[in-house]
Design a binder for this molecule. Structure first.
Ligand SMILES: *Cc1c(COP(=O)(O)O)cnc(C)c1O
Length: 456
């Protein structure tokens, strides 16, 4: 097989500002060993997130120029609405300024004390919005999904028996919604099978529970179904996505992922009563129903991006580029989550840095080393992000100590990714020289964004 090439040509470029290792040492010190505090122009390859960081196409930029900024009834809204309807099949479309705004509206209405939302894995903003309403979130991830280095085709699946059990325990009347996250972002960007979606949907129907899709990476998930699930090899991704949405009552979406937009999101659904309540909240928080916190030009970019993302040459390249980096690291003996997910590579930092105990944040130590060595920005998904303290002030560590390298869509070329692999492998070779960190300042909530640390 020949090399899978980037399915685009480059018309406009942005410079990377090079700096030296000595300079990066100083930058890191000034940022208190927390790359969230580093200025982005001090970063060579930014793999902090794939959210809102996509390169837009010439068609999307043309759409930006055609955006109509009318307060009410903008043609850009109708273009957006049409595109969402065509892709998802849901007749009611409500724009929001990003995914969490859609969540905030939905869970403010359906949530509250004594309610439970069940999912394969809730994304952190989704869980936060559920909990903020007073309700609880319950993750029912399948067993395969809990073992990072054991490969399986659909590690993002929901545990169907656990879903049945939770419905029985909590009572269907106390479960306002079941939410399937595709791909399963917090579970390593792993896909969910059509079979699993179908089964979860059927159980929800039996119990009269609305079934929603958290659709941020619906195209990547649909492509995995095409590659891995029996009976889908000859279907188009457009058909697969349509089938996936057909089992649901609605969806929430962040257009910052699988729509190539830099901002935006939406809610879509069948239920008109629910939609009326959502729109009432939309107007006081986001804006009028035909723009929902977005400029007309953003609505155009999303309308176009939502169709573009299902191009199968693009998806082949997208999924392959994550797999390419994953395989290079596996070949060098670097411990990574397997198989490759849809949008990011996850390094197992506990395995990588066996000599650094979890109390000294091995994930963050690795994040800092990757920046210092090669100017690569990644993010710790471990005890700095999710750790808590017990009553004695001792760290209760997270389940895993991971470092995520999220790949922005259409932004970096194969040589950028080769460079990333080289830097990681170089750090791996001298891993025994890396040191742990301690926190010197932190906030009570979401501390990883602002915490200050220092090397031990
Ligand atoms: C990013 C994301 C969200 C939230 O979307 P924002 O646009 O960042 O507010 C919700 N769910 C999943 C799975 C996501 O990846």
């Amino acid at each position: 097989m020949k090399t899978i090439i980037e399915p685009f040509k480059i018309k406009s470029v942005e410079p990377i500002y090079f700096n030296t290792k000595e300079e990066r040492k100083e930058i890191l010190e000034k940022a208190h060993y927390n790359p969230f505090r580093i200025h982005a122009d001090d970063v060579l390859i930014d793999l902090l997130t794939d959210s809102g960081t996509s390169a837009m196409s010439s068609n999307q930029w043309a759409g930006i120029m055609q955006g109509d900024e009318s307060y009410a009834g903008s043609p850009s809204f109708f273009h957006f609405e049409q595109s969402v309807k065509e892709v998802t099949g849901f007749p009611i479309v409500i724009p929001t300024h990003q995914g969490r705004a859609a969540e905030k509206i939905l869970f403010s209405i359906l949530g509250g004390k004594g309610k439970y939302f069940v999912s394969n894995t809730l994304f952190d903003t989704t869980r936060a919005n559920i909990e903020f309403s007073g309700a609880e979130g319950i993750d029912c991830l399948c067993e395969e999904g809990k073992h990072p280095t054991v490969p399986a085709a659909f590690k993002g699946n929901m545990d169907i028996e656990a879903l049945r059990r939770v419905i029985k325990e909590k009572g269907a009347a106390n479960i306002p919604m079941v939410i399937m996250t595709v791909t399963n972002n917090s579970g390593g960007g792993q896909p969910v099978s059509m079979q699993n979606i179908k089964e979860a949907s059927a159980i929800c129907k039996e119990n009269n529970i609305p079934f929603f899709i958290d659709a941020c990476r619906f195209a990547e998930n649909s492509y995995f179904i095409k590659l891995r699930e029996e009976g889908y090899a000859n279907k188009s991704v457009t058909e697969i996505a349509a089938e996936l949405f057909s089992y649901a009552d609605g969806c929430t979406m962040s257009a910052k992922k699988d729509s190539f937009a830099n901002i935006g999101g939406f809610l879509a659904m069948h239920d008109l009563d629910l939609a009326i309540r959502c729109r009432n909240l939309l107007i006081i928080t986001e804006g009028f129903t035909t723009y929902g916190g977005l400029a007309g030009r953003d609505l155009e970019a999303i309308a176009i991006g939502l169709k573009e993302v299902m191009d199968e040459h693009y998806l082949q390249y997208r999924i392959r580029s994550i797999e390419y980096l994953t395989n290079k690291l596996i070949a060098a003996g670097v411990p990574v989550m397997q198989p490759a997910g849809g949008h990011a590579v996850y390094i197992d930092a506990k395995e990588f840095l066996l000599h650094i105990p979890v109390e000294q944040y091995p994930g963050q130590a690795l994040v800092c080393a990757l920046y210092e060595e090669g100017g690569i920005r990644s993010v710790e998904i471990g005890s700095l992000m999710f750790g808590k303290y017990d009553e004695a002030g001792k760290l209760i560590p997270a389940q895993m100590e991971l470092v995520r390298l999220a790949i922005p869509r259409r932004v970096y070329t194969q040589s950028h990714i080769d460079y990333v692999a080289e830097v990681i492998i170089e750090v791996f070779a001298k891993r025994s020289t890396l040191k742990g960190l301690e926190i010197i300042e932190e906030t009570p909530l979401l501390r990883h964004f602002t915490a200050k640390l220092k090397p031990l």
